[in-house]
Design a protein around this ligand. Sequence first.
Ligand SMILES: Nc1nc2c(c(=O)[nH]1)N=C([C@H](O)[C@H](O)COP(=O)(O)OP(=O)(O)OP(=O)(O)O)CN2
Length: 132
Amino acid sequence: MFLLGVSDHVMIAHSFSDPFFGPATRMHGATYSVEIEIRAKALGPHHVVMDIGALHASLRRVLDTIDYTNLDEHPAFPGRTSTTERVAEHVAGLLAEEIARLPADEAPCSGATLRVLVRESPTAYAGFERDL
Ligand SMILES: Nc1nc2c(c(=O)[nH]1)N=C([C@H](O)[C@H](O)COP(=O)(O)OP(=O)(O)OP(=O)(O)O)CN2
C-alpha cells in the first residue's frame, strides 16, 4: 500500500450545546492541525499516489471554507455539534469532492482511501476515514 500525506492548520471558534462538554459549552477558540493521508494500492502514470502540491492546494481550499469562522454558525454542524470528529468528517467529505474533480491522470487510483486526522492539542486528535 502506498501512502501520501500533507498537513495544514485552521483557526476556528465554537461552543457545544451538549452539557456533556462542560466548560466547552462556552465559546472558545481552537487551532486544529489537520493531517490527511491517501492510501492507494497502485501508483498512477507519474509514479505517484497524486501530486503533493495538488493535494496541499486541495486541503487549503477545503480549510479556507472554515478558517477564521464560528462553527456554531456553519450548516455542517447543526445545533452546535462541531466536535473534532465531526470536523474531520466534514473536511474528508469536502476533500473527496475536490479529489473527484481532478483529471484522471492526476487523481489517486481506483480504490484509494482518505484519512483525515484533526489534532485539537499536542496530545489529542480525532479522525475520519472514507473511500475515495
Ligand atoms: N471526543 C471528543 N471529546 C471532546 C471534544 C471533541 O471534539 N471530541 N472537544 C472537547 C472540547 O472542545 C475541548 O477541546 C476540550 O475541552 P475540555 O473541557 O478541556 O475537555 P477535556 O475532556 O479535554 O478535559 P476535562 O477537563 O478532563 O474535561 C472536549 N472533549
